[in-house]
Design a protein around this ligand. Structure first.
Ligand code: SF4
Ligand code: SF4
Length: 206
């Protein structure tokens, strides 16, 4: 059976990221890792927040019923930078699991990255990490303004990495690969009209 267009885009992008990283020296890889240190710290804080306050709700509403409503949609948006971060943080066995899924999963009734043990990504896409369904929002935040404010703070922090009205990590990671001659449809900071417009508007006026 043919690979779906979505899986092919994801697979091609992941394979060239891996190829490029395998061509780097240890110090060049360290340089790349240093760039994502603050982002990984942010992701760790968000995970801890979920662990403390939200996972128990998701467990009851979705995981116990095997519904996993977040992950039952196919074609989840992944940014190029999501893939770079995930490849940098994943052991080869985990990368291979993803490659195998992209080459062989044709079901289309759930996210291709959802495996037996949950999400196959080591550092899952930011869109997934920051998604809260209405029932979680209502149950966790109504009557708890402190918690709601904590979440909104994370939302503002997220923008520091991916809202391109200033130089941001997600754009920078794309640029690094573009300068090496790579291109991918997942490079939204260089091909999405909306994001390009925000970047353009933020340039100093001549
Ligand atoms: S955020 Fe909502 S849909 Fe997603 S896993 Fe939690 S309860 Fe389920
Ligand atoms: S990438 Fe992972 S977290 Fe996101 S929808 Fe797919 S399985 Fe779920």
């Amino acid at each position: 059976m043919n690979i779906t267009p979505y899986n092919k885009e994801q697979l091609d992008t992941m394979l060239f990221i891996i190829d490029y990283m395998e061509s780097l020296s240890v110090s060049q890889l360290d340089e790349l890792r240093n760039k994502i240190t603050d982002y990984l710290a942010f992701r760790k804080d968000v995970s801890a927040f979920f662990e403390r306050h939200l996972n128990i709700i998701c467990m009851r509403k979705c995981y116990e019923s095997k519904l996993s409503a977040c992950c039952t949609r196919e074609g989840i948006i992944t940014f190029f930078a999501d893939m770079v971060v995930n490849v940098l943080c994943s052991a080869p066995v985990r990368r291979n699991q993803i490659i195998h899924a992209l080459k062989n999963n044709h079901s289309g009734n759930k996210c291709v990255y959802l495996g037996e043990q949950g999400c196959m990504w080591q550092v899952k896409p930011i869109v997934c990490e920051m998604f809260l369904c209405d029932s979680v929002i209502n149950e966790a935040f109504s009557g708890n303004n402190g918690l709601k404010e904590e979440w909104e703070k994370f939302r503002r922090q997220e923008k520091q990495f991916k809202w391109p009205d200033k130089p941001v990590l997600f754009d920078e990671l794309e640029t690094i690969f573009i300068q090496q001659g790579f291109s991918s449809p997942l490079m939204y900071f260089h091909n999405s009209p909306g994001l390009m417009r925000i970047k353009k508007q933020s340039l100093p006026k001549a």
